[in-house]
Structure formats: structure tokens, C-alpha cells
Design a protein around this ligand. Structure first.
Ligand code: C5P
Length: 329
């Protein structure tokens, strides 16, 4: 049996998928659309802070059925956010299994186990990552053999960030973020520090705060340009200072407005030697770019130490990026 596919205690098959989290190296937020979303110009980057999703069920080809319906999957969670996450249809991974089952005529009553390290509501797309992983796991479990582009269409219906986790690496995202175009990998692994905050931030609330700040003239208006050329050329090179200078997040003022304490986190990372720090997506996680692996370890250690009282962050991890997409593991 391939790596990541095992026989479960009750004789079924268990497929384990590892999925990265994402940061946005550039996040340009357009005006509010009539459908409640904002047009985005973003550069996604997959980093090595992973969740693992295991789907357990019957043999490939078994459980075929006509039509769709309710019921399943059953979900268990351990690690980050266990006890906080919904285990019903409010869980994006559950909705992913149901969507794939409905599209392929399978029985969604599998067991899903989420082993989480990606913080919940942290701006790292943890829920989206679990949904992408659930799609890949069930596609393997059921032998449905969809391409990533086909899975991506289902993923786009689940959430704006879900398709990217099916591609990994570094990629541009347009539309509401669901239209993915991979960027070529440069020579560098980049060294990041992920500073996880206590508690989450609501993504819709952060977007709404940006709209409020913009209408009050307190945040820059929607951008008119696409992905800055400086970022693309920095990614093709190996100079972390050039990449540091190109990082940008339109949602940062909104996240800082809702969570002013993040300013201290950003300051602490820079004071500890990071080349740059930004709020990740809608926050409250902050990410820092370091010059090399040693500097990343130092920044993470300094942030974790200064965060012991909870003032700066809960925990900081050194990670690299870009890393590979959601894959059976
Ligand atoms: O796509 P997803 O369900 O993850 O989005 C969650 C919320 O974030 C949306 O309901 C919307 O309020 C906000 N959002 C947005 N524009 C985007 C993506 C998300 O306004 N491009």
C-alpha cells in the first residue's frame, strides 16, 4: 500500500494527508462587491506549519451510491483548537467530504480525524487547509481520481483560500482569492517565524473593519495595480532583504485596529532581528521574515520568551516556505 494509506483496526482503509498553512506575501484588497466579497490580488505562500487529516472508510470503490444526502462524516480533533471547532456541518472539512461525495456519488459516512497545529481563526487558513486535506484524503480513499483542477472547483465552493492549499508553493490568487496561478519556485527556501496569538479574529469582521477605515479615510483606498513587480523579482532571487521590502498586507491596518496589541508583537519581532513582520491574512497571527535559519530560531526563541506572559504572542515557530501542497503522507 502507498505511504499514508493503512489498514484500519476494523479492516477499512485509512488515508493520511499532510497540509500546510498559508501566508500572504502580498494582499491587495479591492472594493466590496455586491456578493459581500472583495476582489483580491494576492500572493499565497505555503509554509511548514502543518495539519494532518486522516479519513477512514471502506475499500476504494465501496460505498458507491446514487444521489446525495445527509449524514457523515464523523469528526474527531486533537491539538490546536480541539474543543473549539464545530464537529458538524459548520466544520469546513465536513463540508468538503460532503461536496466530494455528492459530486462523485459516494457515501460521505467516513471518519475524519484532524490533528491540528495550525491555529484556529488565525489568518493562516487552518480551516481551509483541513478542507483541502479532506478532499485529497477522500479522493484517495474512494479512488475517485480527480485532478487538482477538478478538486479546486469543489474547493472554491467551500472557501476562498481552499484551492491554494491544493497547489501549495507560491501562487497568485485573484477573484475572491480562489483563482490560482502558480509562480515558479525561486532558489530560496525562505525562513519565517510564525507568532501565534491568543484567540482568533473573525475574517468577515476584519474585512468589514477595512471597509469602515477606508470610508472614514483612515486606510488607503482599494489598490488599482496588480501584484507588484518588486515582489515577483524578489521571489525569483535569493535576497531576503529584497523580499522583506516587498511584503504588504492591506488587511493589516484593520487587524491592528481590532487588536491593537499586535503592534507590540510586530515591534518585538523586528527588535529580535527579523527583517520584516506582517500580520498574516486577516490575523491575528504575525509572520516575520528572517535572514537565515539561525536568525529565525533566534527570533522565535525571543518571541516565545517575551510572550510567556501572553503580552506578545502565545508561541512562535520557525518554519520555511515555500512547501508542497496537501498530499497523502
Ligand atoms: O471565502 P471565505 O468563506 O473564507 O470568506 C470568509 C469571509 O471573509 C467572507 O464571508 C467575507 O466576509 C470575507 N472575504 C471577503 N473577500 C474575500 C474573501 C473573504 O470579503 N475575497
Amino acid at each position: 500500500m502507498p505511504v499514508g494509506v493503512e489498514r484500519s483496526a476494523d479492516g477499512g482503509l485509512a488515508v493520511r494527508v499532510r497540509v500546510p498553512s498559508k501566508i500572504n506575501l502580498h494582499l491587495g484588497v479591492g472594493a466590496l462587491r455586491p456578493d459581500g466579497y472583495h476582489d483580491l490580488t494576492t500572493v499565497y505562500h505555503a509554509i511548514g506549519l502543518y495539519d494532518e487529516v486522516t479519513a477512514t472508510g471502506a475499500e476504494p470503490g465501496a460505498g458507491r451510491r446514487d444521489g446525495s444526502g445527509d449524514g457523515g462524516p464523523a469528526v474527531t480533533v486533537d491539538g490546536e483548537g480541539a474543543g473549539e471547532l464545530p464537529l458538524d456541518g459548520g466544520n469546513l472539512a465536513v463540508r468538503a467530504v460532503r461536496a466530494l461525495a455528492a459530486a462523485t456519488g459516494r457515501d460521505p459516512r467516513v471518519r475524519l480525524h484532524l490533528r491540528k497545529r495550525i491555529p484556529v481563526a488565525g489568518g493562516l487558513a487552518g480551516g481551509s487547509a483541513d478542507a483541502a486535506a479532506a478532499l485529497v484524503a477522500c479522493d484517495t480513499l474512494w479512488g475517485t481520481g480527480l485532478t487538482r483542477a477538478e478538486l479546486g472547483e469543489l474547493a472554491a465552493g467551500l472557501g476562498s483560500d481552499v484551492p491554494f492549499l491544493l497547489y501549495g508553493g507560491t501562487a497568485t490568487g485573484t477573484g475572491r482569492g480562489e483563482r490560482i496561478a502558480p509562480l515558479p519556485a525561486g532558489p530560496a527556501p525562505w525562513h519565517w517565524v510564525v507568532a501565534v496569538a491568543d484567540g482568533g479574529l473573525s475574517t468577515p469582521a476584519v474585512y468589514a473593519e477595512l471597509d469602515r477605515l477606508r470610508s472614514a479615510g483612515l486606510a488607503a483606498p482599494p489598490p488599482t495595480a496588480g501584484v507588484p513587480g518588486g515582489l515577483v523579482s524578489a521571489l525569483a532571487g535569493d535576497d531576503p532583504a529584497a523580499l522583506a521590502a516587498a511584503l504588504h498586507n492591506d488587511l493589516e491596518p484593520a487587524a491592528l485596529s481590532l487588536r491593537p496589541a499586535l503592534r507590540a508583537t510586530l515591534d518585538a519581532g523586528r527588535a529580535a532581528g527579523a527583517l520584516a513582520g506582517i500580520v498574516s491574512g486577516s490575523g491575528p497571527t504575525c509572520v516575520f521574515l528572517a535572514a537565515d535559519a539561525g536568525a529565525a530560531r533566534d527570533v522565535a526563541a525571543a518571541l516565545t520568551a517575551s510572550g510567556a506572559g501572553g503580552a506578545v504572542c502565545r508561541r512562535a515557530y520557525p518554519v520555511t516556505g515555500p512547501v508542497a501542497r496537501a498530499e497523502v503522507y
